[in-house]
Design a protein around this ligand. Structure first.
Ligand SMILES: *Cc1c(COP(=O)(O)O)cnc(C)c1O
Length: 399
């Protein structure tokens, strides 16, 4: 029997927890109702299930149930927040501020806003991946309607100073949106406490099913509205029409409940495994460098550049048995260096040598040990065939 595959790419997607899957199943056949059907028990059961799931998700982020709009995932939530605010608040202005290190779901939506006549400022980050609060404040203008800064980065795990940004936005009366897809369920996330008015997140990044996510929209102090991008039927308070995906919503709810219950122990365990992986590799492998702030970081993520060893080649030495990512999953199909690492001031060479380790609920210590060995050997093998590494070792290469 071949050795089981090791999955260490949990920032791309997490496995659906069997406990979430189990509660979803009855809603495919035994309880097939449409949550909008008011005339029979099938509809009532579906509506009740959605209501309970909405409470579970709301509880995870300290929100009220009416502040949640279910979507198909964080990509749609990001689109709904940015396009929806742009359409509705255009009278006030059309300037948006975001970071160069945002997920493509935010960056590409901002490009769309520019095509629609809006103006977008893309802020730099420092070498640790963190926003400069002074630069953010200085970028706010009278026509700024929205600041969009992600809670935690998908490639590096770097956590932004969200509450500080919230305070700045509050001072200037600007709406604050955060893509919290990687943070939600992993660290405590509470948009109201942090001054976040709109927040995107997704079930499949927190051990729920794929194809379901949510947008938090503050409904009091301040009462925020977004224009819908999907019309028809008026579901989700008119902000997102379409028949609700009841089984997925039920799974999302269960996954949120589990995340809330297990977060303290889980993050402690994963931090231990991550630190072991990281310190062993940084100690054992020459020219290995951590990418992103060491302190302000998700507990289960590590992004390491192994200089002069191309990440794609290193992955090839073990990708039949270990799943890891170079850069972000969404950009690894292209040969562009990671936009996140380049925004942090890293060279293209440096960015091309980076591996992202993202641990999850189902990883074991033994798996981590196997990954350490595979990566250390893989890097050595690739460097052994590299003339650039040879030059570097001979001291004929600078930086
Ligand atoms: C995964 C991810 C998304 C996209 O989420 P989907 O639910 O797959 O659409 C958006 N933003 C960040 C930060 C992500 O990590």
């Amino acid at each position: 029997m071949p050795a089981p595959l090791i999955y260490l790419d949990n920032n791309a997607t997490t496995p659906c927890d069997p406990r979430a899957l189990e509660v979803m199943l009855p809603y495919f056949f035994e309880m097939p109702g449409n949550a909008a059907s008011r005339n029979h028990p099938f509809g009532w059961m579906a509506e009740e299930a959605v209501k309970q799931a909405r409470e579970q998700v709301a509880l995870l982020i300290g929100a009220e149930t009416r502040e949640l709009v279910f979507t198909s995932g964080a990509t749609e939530s990001d689109n709904l927040a940015i396009k929806g605010v742009f359409e509705l608040y255009r009278r006030k202005g059309s300037h948006i501020i975001t970071l160069k290190t945002e997920h493509k779901a935010v960056l590409d939506t901002c490009r769309h806003i520019e095509k629609m006549g809006g103006e977008v400022t893309y802020l730099d980050v420092d070498e640790n991946g963190l926003v400069n609060l002074g630069a953010l404040e200085a970028a706010i203008r009278p026509d700024t309607i929205l600041v969009s800064v992600m809670w935690a980065n998908n490639e590096t795990g770097v956590i932004q100073p969200i509450a500080e940004i919230g305070a700045i936005c509050d001072k200037f009366g600007v709406l604050f949106m955060s893509d919290a897809t990687q943070a939600t369920g992993k660290i405590p996330v509470n948009p109201r406490e942090a001054g976040v008015h709109l927040m995107a997140f997704s079930a499949h990044k927190l051990y729920g099913p794929k194809g379901i996510g949510a947008l938090y929209i503050s409904r009091r102090a301040p009462r925020v509205k977004v224009a819908p991008i999907i019309d028809g039927g008026g579901h989700e308070q008119g902000m997102r029409s379409g028949t609700l995906n009841v089984p997925a919503i039920v799974g999302f709810g269960k996954a949120a409940e589990l995340a809330a219950q297990e977060m303290p122990q889980e993050s402690r365990r994963l931090r231990g495994l991550r630190d072991k992986l990281e310190s062993t590799l940084l100690g054992r492998v020459e020219e290995a460098h951590l990418n992103g702030s060491r302190e302000n970081r998700l507990p289960h993520v590590s992004n390491i550049a192994f200089r002069y060893a191309e990440a794609e080649s290193v992955l090839m030495t073990f990708n039949q048995r270990i799943a890891l990512s170079s850069g972000s999953a969404c950009t690894s199909a292209s040969i562009e260096p990671s936009h996140v690492l380049t925004a942090m001031g890293r060279s293209a060479d440096w960015a091309h040598s980076a591996l992202r380790f993202s641990l999850g609920r189902f990883n074991t210590e033994e798996e981590v040990e196997q990954v350490i060995t595979a990566v250390a050997e893989g890097v050595e093998k690739v460097r052994g065939m590299s003339p650039v590494w040879e030059l570097f070792k001979e001291g004929n290469l600078d930086g």
